[in-house]
Design a protein around this ligand. Structure first.
Ligand code: CP
Length: 307
């Protein structure tokens, strides 16, 4: 039995295979419409979500399966004090696969350790969000035609931004990848990402506070939200939340081939006037999320189209 708790659970070859299957699903969706007949996914969301939960649920429905779960812990026996371990042992009795989002780092590991069915980490606190990263990789592949030889700018909250941690982990496996890490001093990447991923793998990177002068060098600009829910102090959040706002004026310095990605939701960090720019790929990125999650569900359940 396989789980996906973090990106290193997948080999580079498996990620390439997932991307390839997702591309085939996009081309030939009918081929996959009954792969998960009579299978159920449980979506257990202890933390708010729009894209991740709905894309997991649509993914399973489009594979011919069905969906159970909760979108808020308040609607479950978690509100009575039930532990993650007991909840997972219970839900394993009903579902074939589980996607869990939880505000605490490491919750997905606890879930996997207590599950009799595959568990997918749909985001654990400020730690990681591996299916967002698979979505990002599919998007980069479709937009740029490659996953290597790219300069990737990550901008915003790099300290608590779990999508950035997972993206750096995944992209570090491809050759010719460089990172420009753009953040305020207080929100730089955690040491474990700097030491255990970037330094250990000799990945070139630079850290800067300045978005505008970095933009001309980038192939990908990965914007992130400063996350109110991760701050202990409201005053710090208010001071930092609008540090970076991508406007048409700033985007004017980018190459025509650069793409802007964002895991969403956005607050102020990308001006809505950029949405119609062909370089704005973030809503195409949302769409890709369903296809890569379809491929992942099939892989973890050991299912193929069969014809
Ligand atoms: N990208 C992402 O995780 O979005 P949601 O919080 O809406 O699921």
């Amino acid at each position: 039995m396989r789980h996906l708790t973090d990106i290193p659970d997948l080999t580079a070859e498996e990620i390439d295979e997932l991307i390839s299957v997702a591309c085939d699903i996009i081309e030939r969706p009918d081929r996959y419409s009954q792969v998960c007949l009579r299978k159920k996914i449980a979506t257990l969301f202890y933390e708010p979500s729009t894209r991740t939960r709905l894309s997991f649920e649509t993914a399973m429905l489009d594979l011919g399966g069905s969906v159970i779960g909760f979108s808020s812990a308040d609607n479950s026996s978690v509100a009575k004090g039930e532990s993650v371990a007991d909840t997972i042992k219970t839900v394993s009795c009903f579902a074939d696969i589980i996607a869990i989002r939880h505000p605490k780092e490491g919750a997905a590991y606890v879930a996997a350790a207590n599950s009799s069915v595959p568990v997918i980490n749909a985001g654990d606190g400020g730690h990681s969000h591996p299916t967002q990263t698979l979505t990002d990789l599919l998007t980069i592949k479709r937009e740029m035609g490659r996953l290597g030889d790219l300069t990737i700018g990550c901008c915003g909250d790099l300290k608590f931004g779990r999508t950035v941690h997972s993206l750096i982990s995944a992209m570090s496996r491809y050759s010719g990848v460089r990172f420009v890490l753009i953040s305020p001093e207080e929100l730089t990447i955690p040491d474990y990402v700097r030491c255990d991923i970037l330094d250990k793998n000799h990945i070139p990177y630079k850290e800067t506070r300045d978005l505008e002068t970095s933009i001309p060098d980038l192939d990908i600009l990965y914007m992130t939200r400063v996350q109110r829910e991760r701050f202990f102090n409201e005053a710090d959040y208010v001071r930092l939340k609008d540090t970076y706002v991508l406007t048409p004026e700033k985007l004017a310095g980018a190459s025509d081939n650069m793409r802007v990605l964002h895991p969403l939701p956005r607050v102020n960090e990308i001006s809505v006037s950029i949405d119609s720019d062909p370089r704005a790929a973030y809503f195409r990125q949302v769409r890709n999320g369903k296809f890569i999650r379809m491929a992942l569900i099939m892989m973890l359940l050991g299912l193929t189209p069969g014809f």
